[in-house]
Write a protein that binds this ligand. Structure first.
Ligand SMILES: O=P(O)(O)OC[C@H]1O[C@H](O)[C@H](O)[C@@H](O)[C@@H]1O
Length: 370
């Protein structure tokens, strides 16, 4: 293992100092706020670098948890010489097949899962956003909008962003804050050829600036040959009750003229078109919902499986447990450059979930090509 040392200058509130982890070979650099302490420790340990806990803690309190404030300071750079994140090295070091960390767009770290049969998935720690799910033939079934930015400030527009602790507009910012904070890398597994990663977030100064509760959100993403499973657990770690709404805002690749969604007939609807703040109640009467124009509609008590034809020749089953509602969205000409290439079919929990201290809520999603 490479000998390594840490030169950590002071982590001032201006966040302009450098954390330098040095050893012999090439270098890996990323914005400090894009690496959570556990992610940094995780990478470092695999490279034989000993990170001192104190360093991580000060890193954590000075940069990571200041949210937008810290994120403004892009000069806050983490340079880890000798810690180039290479697939082979990490695979070897993990002893776990099918899992590695890579530097993604904008220098943000992403976890790459790959199955022995050729399917793969990518998850950014920023927003715990799954940005890619490729089937065994290499086709990406998820879509990232061309206007998506990977700057660790704005949410990633595409893949599977989280909406938590609020779906849509409301008392706090649209879709909450979980999609624009960096999640911790909690654990990795590879059970029976199914690589998985578990990420988590807890309250921070940033989250508490808009939602004053202590909580823990744990999110597991597991890749199987033909399926992608996710499990989200929200725990009230506070001494007072709280409530939330949430969704997995999944962007599927599509050719919108050929898209249909089956399974929603008979559901009560709340149509957000024309005014998202005053949705119009109704009932879905179609066997198959299509997208000939702008669609932004919430479906209450939707079933545990929806079938999506993506217009590109794929039938995708979207199963869930605990996600009691669904949302369909296509922006049509309001997003002229890309509306034709995606459809959002979102598993959601639109009725407020009330949690007493110590209680948890959990929901699962399984998407597969059928
Ligand atoms: O632009 P965003 O904040 O990512 O939201 C994109 C869309 O998300 C959901 O599908 C909502 O139902 C829409 O009303 C909203 O426009």
């Amino acid at each position: 293992m490479a000998a390594a040392s840490i030169v950590a200058s002071s982590f001032s509130s201006a966040c302009s100092s450098l954390l330098t982890i040095s050893s012999s070979s090439s270098s890996f650099a990323t914005t400090a706020q894009s690496l959570s302490p556990s992610a940094l420790k995780f990478i470092a340990l695999r490279k034989g670098v000993l990170l001192k806990h104190k360093t991580l803690l000060s890193y954590s309190s000075d940069s990571r948890h200041k949210g937008r404030e810290a994120l403004k300071h892009n000069s806050c750079v983490c340079q880890a010489a000798g810690m180039a994140v290479e697939a082979e090295t990490l695979n070897k070091d993990f002893g776990l097949k099918g899992l590695r960390i890579e530097t993604g767009k904008g220098g943000l770290p992403k976890v790459v899962l790959s199955s022995e049969l050729g399917s793969s998935a990518e998850i950014y720690l920023y927003g715990a956003c799954v940005t890619s799910w490729k089937s065994m033939d290499g086709k990406d079934l998820l879509f990232v909008r061309p206007d998506a930015v990977f700057n660790g400030i704005k949410p990633i527009s595409g893949g599977i962003p989280h909406c938590f602790p609020q779906f849509g507009p409301g008392e706090i910012q649209q879709h909450g804050f979980a999609r624009n904070v960096t999640w911790n890398l909690l654990s990795t597994e590879n059970q029976a050829g199914s690589p998985s990663v578990t990420l988590d977030i807890e309250e921070s100064e940033y989250s508490q600036s808009m939602w004053g509760h202590a909580f823990k959100a744990t999110y597991k993403v597991a890749l199987e040959a033909e399926r992608l499973r996710t499990e989200l657990i929200i725990k009230n770690t506070d001494t007072r009750p709280f409530f939330f709404t949430t969704a997995l805002h999944t962007y599927f690749s599509a050719s919108i003229g050929g898209v249909s969604v089956k399974g929603l007939k008979g559901c009560r609807t709340l149509n957000k078109d024309p005014d998202p703040k005053n949705p119009i109640p109704g009932v879905e009467e179609r066997d198959s919902v299509t997208f000939p124009a702008f669609v932004d509609c919430m479906y209450l008590n939707s079933p545990e499986e929806l079938l999506l034809e993506n217009g590109l020749g794929d039938r995708i089953s979207i199963k869930n447990k605990g996600w009691t509602d669904a949302v369909l969205w296509n922006p049509y000409l309001t997003m002229e450059a890309s509306y034709n290439d995606f459809v959002c079919v979102e598993n959601a929990k639109l009725d407020k979930v009330h949690l007493q201290p110590g209680e948890s809520w959990e929901a699962k999603q399984v998407i597969s090509v059928v």
